[in-house]
Design a protein around this ligand. Structure first.
Ligand SMILES: Nc1ncnc2c1ncn2[C@@H]1O[C@H](COP(=O)(O)OP(=O)(O)OP(=O)(O)O)[C@@H](O)[C@H]1O
Ligand SMILES: [Mg+2]
Length: 261
């Protein structure tokens, strides 16, 4: 199976804090990769380097077999990488519908380029469809400003955004944190749909049940480094939890073998 992205020796420092210390990681085609680790392990920092928020201090990013320079979120999007950040990046004063399309709104006369008038009817129709798909049960007015929404509702809007552009690699940084049950199930369903379509997902979460449920592979970070890389079918919930909490994967495996005898 090919890979959509390859990271080699990624380094990122914040002053004297070494947030990423030589991260090597391949994201394979059509996989759901859970990126795990305790608070402060470096997960968000890693995905911010991939999505053009932070420049890297060392290492190399390869996308589709070519060395990639990702210096802005736009660069990342152009490479087919769509990210939902932990602290979502919506424009609070714009309507829900506008936020869903931000910069990529349907227009009435595309030939006019940036001056083309927005197709507001289509915008609202598409927005309503998307909201339904992500599992927003409440009847939201697509014309309402995002500032009028709860944290969870905003998160859902950001996820709907990623859904429609159907990027090759979708990165979700703790997307279900502020969500209710129905919205959370909507996100997990979306992750499965992305994989079925042959696209890849990096899913950051502290919820191991979700990991066991939707992920194909789990990568665990600790202090800016990757300390474990496991196929979900070869591990279990308790082992994963133990590794996140600081157990050494090799010792854990030896222990499990011991128990089997
Ligand atoms: N903008 C920043 N300036 C300075 N230090 C930062 C910045 N962003 C992150 N850090 C530091 O880098 C380290 C990694 O943080 P990061 O946010 O990547 O962790 P995380 O794994 O996403 O944790 P969490 O699970 O709590 O979201 C931490 O020590 C954090 O304090
Ligand atoms: Mg984080």
């Amino acid at each position: 199976m090919g890979h959509v992205m390859k990271l080699e020796g990624i380094e990122k420092n914040f002053g004297s804090i070494k947030a990423l210390q030589g991260v090597d990681l391949e994201v394979r085609e059509g996989e759901v990769l859970a990126l795990l680790g305790d608070n402060g392990a470096g997960k968000s920092t890693l995905i911010k380097t991939i999505s053009g928020i932070y420049p890297i201090d060392g290492g190399q990013i390869t996308v589709d077999g070519k060395a990639a320079q990702i210096n802005s979120p736009k660069d990342a999007m152009n490479l087919g990488i769509e990210t939902i950040h932990q602290d979502t990046s919506l424009a609070p004063d714009l309507s829900i519908a506008r936020n869903l399309f931000l910069g990529r709104e349907p227009v009435t006369i595309p030939a006019l380029g940036v001056f083309a008038p927005l197709d507001l009817t289509r915008l609202k129709e598409e927005a309503a469809k998307l909201l339904k798909r992500v599992g927003i049960s409440k009847n939201l007015d697509a014309d309402a400003p995002v500032a009028s929404l709860s944290g969870g509702e905003r998160q859902s809007i950001a996820i709907s955004r990623a859904m429609q552009f159907f990027a090759k690699l979708i990165i979700l940084d703790e997307p279900t944190n502020n969500l209710g049950v129905e919205e959370t199930n909507g996100v997990l369903k979306f992750i499965r749909e992305v994989r079925e379509a042959g696209h890849s997902v990096i899913y950051i979460t502290h919820n191991i049940h979700h990991v066991m449920n939707v992920a194909d592979r789990a990568v665990v970070m600790r202090q800016g480094r990757i300390v474990a890389d496991l196929m979900i079918k070869d591990t279990d919930l308790l082992s994963l939890e133990a590794i996140i909490m600081g157990a050494e994967p090799e010792e854990l495996a030896a222990e499990m073998r011991g128990k089997a005898h």
